[in-house]
Design a protein around this ligand. Sequence first.
Ligand code: CAA
Length: 385
Amino acid sequence: MNFSLSDSQHEIQQRARDFAQTRVAPLARAMDERGAMPLELVREMGALGLLGGPLPKEFGGEEWDALSLALCYEELGRVDSSVRGFMTVHTSLVSQCILAWGMQAQKEKYLPKLARGEWIGCYALTEPNAGSDAANMETTATRDDDAFVLNGEKIWITNGGIADVAIVFATRARTLKHKGICAFLVETKTPGLGREKMPGQELGHRASDHAHIRFEKMRVPKTALLGAPGEGFKVAMSALDHGRLGVAAGALGVAQACLDASVAFARTRRQFGQRIGDFEMIQSVIANMAADVDAARLLVYRAAWLKDQGQRATRETSIAKLFATEAAVRAASEAVLLHGGRGYSNEFPVERYYRDIKGLQIYEGTSHIQRIVIARDLIGKESNQ
Ligand code: CAA
């Protein structure tokens, strides 16, 4: 067992850290207040090689391994979950899914643009009546000669309002359940696609773009299929295997940021004539947070390492997401409390970490869903016993 990073992994970690600290950190509070992220950050991430990192060189990537990508998400997550969330959807749910399931022509057409940040990707799975129960979707795909006609709606689509290309899931027959689902790679300028911002203000991730997308008689050629007809649910779930590791790594970053902020505050804040870090009650909080951060890091890196060995890591990815997001929820809650009144104000970033982290426990599969994935993998199907 080797716990050290390679030179190339160190370099990628440092590149992501420099970008996060110098470009994102100074903007994070303003982005949160404004409710949007400047698109120039997307192009900068493209130019730095972050967006295309895991793609092959022929499509504009650098062939990063899964651990390198996790390190990049961890560094972004330490600073801003909206920017990290943007990239996890764009790179892990969309680009890596096109790489795994796309025809050569689809890869050549879309991947270099996505790697450069010229185009933005989104992943349209969730519907008003199909959130956790994704296979129960109502958006339909009806065959019409050499095309499919899509009707339905999707909600909570991260990057949905700014995306140029979307992976859209729709069913050709609801009676077939998950075996009826098809995945399509669709350009958002296609006639019949309408989109608007989700209503209401969200607890966190306020700089993220979350859209409601409607399809009304949207005609797409059969060459837009990603995978075979009926394989769409597997396309969706395999993409989530990538995305959930990204969310887990982002949560690890949030937990680390809460620990860093708490240690710094405990060293400088004085009460009752001494540093608050000299009180055993505060030391206990910080020690528990440090143990959580270490455990989350080991789980996230293990899931990435398994993928790098070419092994399927669905269960380990769900364990990493479950533990890292819940550890980060604990860390953010304790960090706000430890900062007292200052932690309750957006003058200190722990206030934003506390609001943002709840989203990571929900999207790309809630903690309940991660527990289902883990338990089903352990117990197995009765027919296979
Ligand atoms: N990779 C490949 N195939 C997989 C798979 C995986 N990780 N997981 C399941 N499958 C396959 C199964 O093998 C099975 O195939 P067969 O029929 O050939 O045996 C098929 O998919 C159906 O599997 P299940 O019977 O387990 O399906 P289910 O309907 O019971 O659902 C579930 C399982 C785990 C609950 C799934 O529905 C799920 O993950 N739900 C949560 C959805 C989710 O994460 N939504 C988040 C939206 S995306 C988002 O948040 C992005 C954003 O914009 C922020």
